[in-house]
Design a binder for this molecule. Structure first.
Ligand code: ADP
Ligand code: MG
Length: 487
């Protein structure tokens, strides 16, 4: 994976706008429920539709979640912000405007930090600045059902609280954009402001993409709407980059546009030429007073914040001596952080615990598309397994076999599996010495070669010894003893 490399001589510039649905029980300006999957049009109230005679009332829970986000990304939480009407006509917005925040958003500035893999096991740290995050309401949804060629409108989503998180155009590759989005996704779940369910549309990204020759001013961007999976985000950006470069190389000019990604073809297609802010005729919503957030409320919310990922990562470096990268991997989600800490505490081998979680455990989880909370192996069990490696009861390879067995059949005892599989390493040095003497006697030629300076001959002797012990010897111990015996 290449990051920040030029593509066909062009530098890529990406900024993301992310909509996180806030996990309140009721809508942002009304009491109607936000539960997913209800019968169409059973959860939209007159307030959500702005019928005459109704007035919106701000949902305190939505504001509190915006404050939590602002604190989590080191942003300024505005003591005073304004709701505006964004006017446009679309079938899923019959009231003709969306209530959003325009000039003064509730969250201003902030940053997201993460690592991007640069290939061959290396990674680089990145920081993406946030422009703002603002509160707004969602619109309804057009349902293109197949009866009589009709389209129906489901207004259940109307008035669902959203936090729109806008990044600066700080990303330089699709890989970086995906890592940013993943980090943000974990963060909103971590601070419990959004359930993060991407299939249900609770977290979706618009990707703004442009290309330029190095050193040139920013190129004109096209905005890919509503990407609801990390895979689509990557595919859509990669396609869009090539499309823009092709156009420019053919002598064309990129026009600012809103485009849609088609997951079936992997292509992006212009939906409409992009409107400018002025087209929306923004003005302060006369139905809503300014949103005033007292400093005392911000302080109260701060006091209730959980330990944040980067704080936990710093603590893992300090308390457990983890390298920065490992610490960041161990805090990729709250579940991961808690699991790591439980394992590290129980076995007293933090670095081994991190290695096993990043390696063998993650590999198995990824292969099955599972999260760590759904791991068939508990933290206590993994800790026991790691203890058995640390005290040389089993080898690293043996431990992998034990993990396989534990993985497929939950609730087994580590020591019972070690016993049943005969994976216990030889701890009796007397017995091992006897076997090594036999091996040396039977391989006089290799011994001679080794004494003549051939390193390879030593490896072959180790191999023979491991074979003679049926793999039960501790390789490090075999190495030591052989070296001693060969003087
Ligand atoms: P709008 O709200 O009309 O979409 P903004 O100016 O608020 O426009 O920008 C939206 C997003 O586009 C931001 O995430 C910003 O970082 C990104 N962006 C702005 N200029 C560029 C550019 N030239 N290339 C890529 N992304 C850009
Ligand atoms: Mg936009």
């Amino acid at each position: 994976m290449s990051i920040n490399k030029l593509i066909r001589g062009y530098e890529v510039v990406i900024g993301l706008e992310t909509h996180a649905q806030l996990s309140t029980q009721s809508k942002i300006f009304s009491g109607s429920p936000t539960a997913f999957g209800a019968e169409p049009n059973t959860q939209a109230s007159p307030v959500d539709l702005a019928l005459p005679g109704t007035l919106p009332v701000m949902n305190r829970g939505a504001v509190e979640r915006a404050i939590r986000f602002g604190l989590a990304v080191d942003a300024k939480v505005a003591n005073h912000s304004i709701f505006a009407r964004k006017n446009y006509f679309y079938p899923d917005l019959p009231k003709g405007y969306q209530i959003s925040q325009y000039e003064t958003p509730v969250v201003q500035g902030g940053k997201i930090e993460f690592f991007v893999a640069t290939g061959s096991g290396q990674s680089e740290s990145r920081k993406v600045n946030l422009t703002r995050a603002h509160l707004e309401e969602d619109a309804g949804k057009s349902l293109h059902e197949d009866y009589a060629g009709l389209t129906g409108i489901d207004l259940n989503r109307a008035g669902t609280p959203l936090l729109e998180i806008v990044s600066e155009p700080d990303m330089r590759s699709s890989a970086e954009a995906v890592e940013y989005a993943k980090t943000l996704h974990e963060l909103v779940k971590w601070i419990e402001i959004c359930d993060g369910n991407m299939q249900e549309g609770s977290f979706r990204c618009d990707a703004n993409v442009s290309v330029r020759k190095p050193g040139a001013p920013y190129g004109t961007r096209r905005e890919i709407k509503n990407l609801n999976s990390f895979k689509f985000l990557q595919q859509a950006i990669d396609y869009e980059i090539q499309w823009q470069i092709d156009l420019i190389e053919d002598g064309g000019k990129v026009e600012q546009a809103t485009v849609l990604f088609n997951p079936d073809t992997g292509e992006t297609r212009a939906m409409r030429l992009k409107e400018d802010a002025q087209d929306y005729r923004y003005f302060p919503d006369p139905d809503l007073p300014p949103l005033v957030i007292a400093q005392s409320w911000i302080d109260e919310v701060r006091a209730k914040m959980p330990e944040l990922p980067r704080v936990m990562a710093a603590r893992f470096q300090k308390d457990y001596g983890l390298p920065e990268y490992d610490a960041s991997m161990m805090t990729q989600s709250k579940a991961f952080g808690d699991f790591f800490e439980a394992v590290a505490k129980a076995c007293g081998q933090p670095k081994l615990a991190a290695n096993w979680l990043m390696g063998e455990v993650s590999r198995r989880l990824n292969a099955e598309g599972r999260e760590l909370d759904a791991s068939p192996v508990s933290a206590a069990t993994l800790a026991t397994l790691i203890s058995r490696i640390a005290d040389s009861t089993i080898s690293n390879n043996g431990a992998k076999q034990v993990l396989d067995a534990l993985w497929t059949c939950e609730g087994q005892d580590v020591d019972a599996v070690i016993e049943a599989k005969g994976l216990k390493q030889m701890s009796d040095t007397g017995e091992l010495e006897r076997i090594l003497d036999e091996v040396l006697a039977a391989n006089a030629k290799s011994v001679e070669e080794f004494r003549a300076g051939k390193e390879k001959a030593f490896n072959s002797l180790v191999g023979q010894a491991m074979k003679a012990t049926k793999g039960k010897a501790n390789p490090a111990q075999v190495n030591d003893l052989l070296k001693k015996k060969l003087g």
